[in-house]
Design a protein around this ligand. Sequence first.
Ligand SMILES: *[C@@H]1O[C@H](CO)[C@@H](O)[C@H](O)[C@H]1NC(C)=O
Ligand SMILES: *[C@@H]1O[C@H](CO)[C@@H](O)[C@H](O)[C@H]1NC(C)=O
Ligand SMILES: *[C@@H]1O[C@H](CO)[C@@H](O)[C@H](O)[C@H]1NC(C)=O
Length: 467
Amino acid sequence: MCPSGTWKAMSMAAAIFLQLCYSMEAVESSSHHHPDHKIISLPGQPPVGFQHFSGYITVDDHNHKSLFYYFAEAEITPASKPLVLWLNGGPGCSSLGVGAFSENGPFRPDGEVLVRNEYSWNREANMLYVETPVGVGFSYSKSNSSYMAVDDEATATDNLVFLQRWFNKFPQYRHMDLFLAGESYAGHYIPQLAKLIVEINRKEKFNLKGIALGNPVLEFATDLNSQAEFLWSHGLISDSTYNMFTSVCNYSRYVSEYYRDSMSPVCSRVMSQVSKETSKFVDKYDVTLDVCISSVLSQSKVISPNQMTERIDVCVEDKTVNYLNRNDVQKALHARLVGVRRWDVCSNILDYQVLNLEIPTISLVGSLVKQGIPVLVYSGDQDSVIPLTGSRSLVYRLATELGLNTTVPYRVWFEGKQVGGWTQVYGNILSFATIRGASHEAPFSQPGRSLRLFKSFLEGRPLPEVF
Ligand SMILES: *[C@@H]1O[C@H](CO)[C@@H](O)[C@H](O)[C@H]1NC(C)=O
Ligand SMILES: *[C@@H]1O[C@H](CO)[C@@H](O)[C@H](O)[C@H]1NC(C)=O
Ligand SMILES: *[C@@H]1O[C@H](CO)[C@@H](O)[C@H](O)[C@H]1NC(C)=O
């Protein structure tokens, strides 16, 4: 046990010991023994009128796998608002660091303090952010074999168990309307989790009311190969490089060879030309945005492997990384570091089966729609990594397959007096929307428009047609 109350008086030399001592003490109390996950106050946090919670939910008792969550109740009347589970992608990136603290959560770190995000999604819903799978962020396993060869299937199972057990801790949320939302590689996580929820729904009453997917990977080849035209039409690559990138070696082939360790000279040549022309100084996740969003950038490292290895970090510091690595912050969050030295945006210890990227999830989306679950696919329209054109054509193809007619023809939608983007709805159940001027992480770069879209999605209504 640590000598309590003595640490303040100790010299700097003792600091390292104390840090160790603190973390040992933290590990001793397992998640079951936390009487409450309520956050009293986060360091530097402005006063707020809602409650928030965070902590661990054990998803595998045998291997001591625990997933970390952050839960922000709705700003007003939480009991009458739906519950939304939000997941980021990677695979291996943190929903806490990217989703909650950089995109649609109530606060953003700014130096020593937190500032309010006035477009926080907890204005409309109770927001639950989960760091998943184990090895991501504060989530951990006591057996490091749990980090090996993790795949979509295991992740979906753990996410389901998480939700079941989280409801045991928060029973008042069990029968509320439930929505799942996420972006990027969560185009795999969310439909796969939704499928499991629907399967067990006969026994346990989950009130799954819809899913929303932002710039999602839904079908590997279509999503990745739409990059060429996007880069070309935005002037990032030349005509001749565009021709090579579509006829000599396309992007899905490149990524596929990359992860099979079988890079052909021809693909290597084409990609190096693409990289040379696009340059390191443009953010591929928002071709119009200036580059300094390191924490939100890392999310798609698997989807664009070569870009990430060549990316230079122009940011000298990352506010979220600094904030979440503070001892006082971790303590206030009931978080601990197990098996890692620091909290990272994307995991360094997780060994994910990256070829799962090639598993199409668009068919899963189709079966959810067939079972009556509304689906929204939305695209930040400045993202070149998972461009809107691929997502739009996948949604169109799915609607055609399912025999869904257009119920809202392709048109603009408004936020304030400006065009928020374009939308089309099929069979009143399958929607596509762009968010104008938004990046891969749409709520980061277009918070107001993203919140407007989120509100319509929760209400099950088409996006505003007039301003
Ligand atoms: C698992 O973790 C232990 C202790 O942290 C370490 O000694 C061991 O090498 C690790 N095993 C693997 C397979 O990484
Ligand atoms: C991409 O390349 C693969 C392998 O060469 C090919 O099978 C596929 O049709 C190509 N896709 C597109 C959209 O060009
Ligand atoms: C879709 O439109 C076609 C052609 O107008 C019509 O025949 C069909 O019944 C419609 N399907 C549905 C599900 O409304």
